[in-house]
Structure formats: structure tokens, C-alpha cells
Design a protein around this ligand. Sequence first.
Ligand code: FES
Length: 346
Amino acid sequence: MNYKVTIKDKDIAFDVAMGMTILESAVRQNIDYPQGCLSGNCGACKSVLHSGEVELSPYSEFALSAEEKERGLILACRSVPWSDCEISPIDDDEAIVHASRQLECEVTGIEQATLDIKIVRLKINAGGPFDFSAGQYASATFRDLPPRDFSMANLPGDNILEFHIRLVPDGAVTPYVLNELKIGENVHVRGPYGTAYYRESHPGPIIAAAGGSGLAPIKSIVSAIFARRAEQPIALYFGVRDERDLYLADYFEEMSKAQENFKFIPVLSEPSGETKRRTGFLADAIAEDLSGNMFGLDGYKAYLAGPPIMVESTVEKLKLLGLERNDCHADAFYTEADKKNLEEKA
Ligand code: FES
């Protein structure tokens, strides 16, 4: 048995087979719909349920808060219809859809960034050009391993993709990438995905917060801002445990000397010795710097990427300081183990 799902004001309707999610069915029928993780973690497919009934399978509170659920919002990737439904993706100030691409790439660079992060560069040999917005991610398949999501650190339009890949101990993919990947290997890349991308029409101040390899999408966003010669103030906070976990610090320090409107603030949460750097949690450092702001955070936007705990706590602090949730564009990096825990907790 099928249910009919209609996308309000779009004149689009499609059938969803019993037990299947709305997004899964839309994708199978080549219907463009905002999407990201497909697992209830990112919030990219958040939608208004105008009519009908759905059953929501487990998802992260970060992707859909209790208050949003109360207001009738759903995640299309976790919603199994129990009747015909009418839905619409939530309005975004600058919604974009890039053509989905399947790229054949070749590894052209592998660089040790920290003890557990490598910067991997891939040349696009076929399937390009790869159009995306700074801050988005793609799914990469190495050899016959399962696909994994990594954010692009390069500028949109470059023929070389740059991924910052952190070792997930006991992971099925990253130990291979960190320990065995060789120059010249072929990698299949599919994308782009994600909604935590740079909003080009926003002229106000920007808070960019990265934790660990979350620096990749933030680097792409900062580079895109400077490529457009935009002049808004940008403060990049980079949270890591210790000095040895910092990477690309020289790159951003040079940038802050060259660009008056750019500040780079590394924050160490567990320094192993004396340090002149900021210390503590990233969220607290940001809150400390912004709490004296007379005009609140009106007109600001924040871009955040990194471990879920860092992203979620920083978003909470920013909300307390008055930043609207809609102005926080966040990409929390859930590992496969995080996703599994989420399923088990539900
Ligand atoms: S695609 Fe639905 S929450 Fe990420």
C-alpha cells in the first residue's frame, strides 16, 4: 500500500510505499528535496507537516528540537507516513540546490596535519565540474569500504578537492585512509550535501567556530568570503585539546595579518603545559568575547562545525546571547558509532 505525499505550493506529489521514509521515496523518484545525512542528525530535511500523520524514527535533538516537533516540524528522512500527507521544506533565507554529481577522483596529496588528522587532496578526473557552496560536504568511497561524509575545505569550483580526515579509532574507513591510502588511488565522490553553507547575501559580522577537523568547512567558508572581497568582521575560533592538535594555525595567522576584518582565535581545552593561547571550552571563549556586546548579536551569523558536543554547546551559548537558531548554521560531525548510539538510546 502507498501513501501520497504532496509538496505544498510546488505542484509535486509522489507515492511513498508503506514503511518507507518520505525522503527515501523522494530520492528514489528523483525529486529534489533538501537533504544531508539521511540519518536524522543534521536537520537539512526539516519540514513542515501541514496535514497527515507520520511516525518519526529516532533522530538527534540537534536536528529537531522538542519545541520544533511540538510546532509540527518533522525530519523527512525519519518520517514514515501513516496517511496521505502535505509537507514543505522549511523556508531558508537562502536556499540553494546544486546538481548532485558522481565524481571519479584520484588521490594527489596526503599531508599529516596532526597526529590523528590527514589532509587528503583529490583531483577530479571525471564527473565534474563540482558545484557546491562553501561549508557543504560530500560522500567519499575509498576502495570497497563503506562511503563516509567529509566536508570540502577547498573553494567551490576548484578541480582539487581537499578533505581533512580524522582518525576514528575502530572505524571502518578512517584507519585505512590514515594508514594505508596511497597517492594515485581512485576515490568515488558523491555530493554535495548539507545546509550549513555560507550565506552570501548576509553582510553582517560572522562567528566561525571549528572543532578538530571541523576546520575543513570553516576554511572553505572563510576562503569564499575573502574570494568575494566581503568586508564584514569575521572571528574564527578553533577549538582543540592541546597545542599539538592545532593545524593550519600559521595559515590563518598570516591571513589575520593580511585581512583587518579577520581574527583567528585558537582555544585549547586541555593544554599540557604553559601556553599563551586562550584556554577552556570553545563555547565559553566565544560567550566571554561576545557577552559585552551592547547591541547583542543582531545581524550576526554563526557557522559551526566539529564534534556534536562542541557544536551543540556553542549553539546553546549563542542562543542565550540572543542569536536566533536560524542564524546558526551548524554541521555536527556524527561518527557511525554516534549514530548507532542514537538509535540504541531511542
Ligand atoms: S537529512 Fe534528515 S536530518 Fe539530515
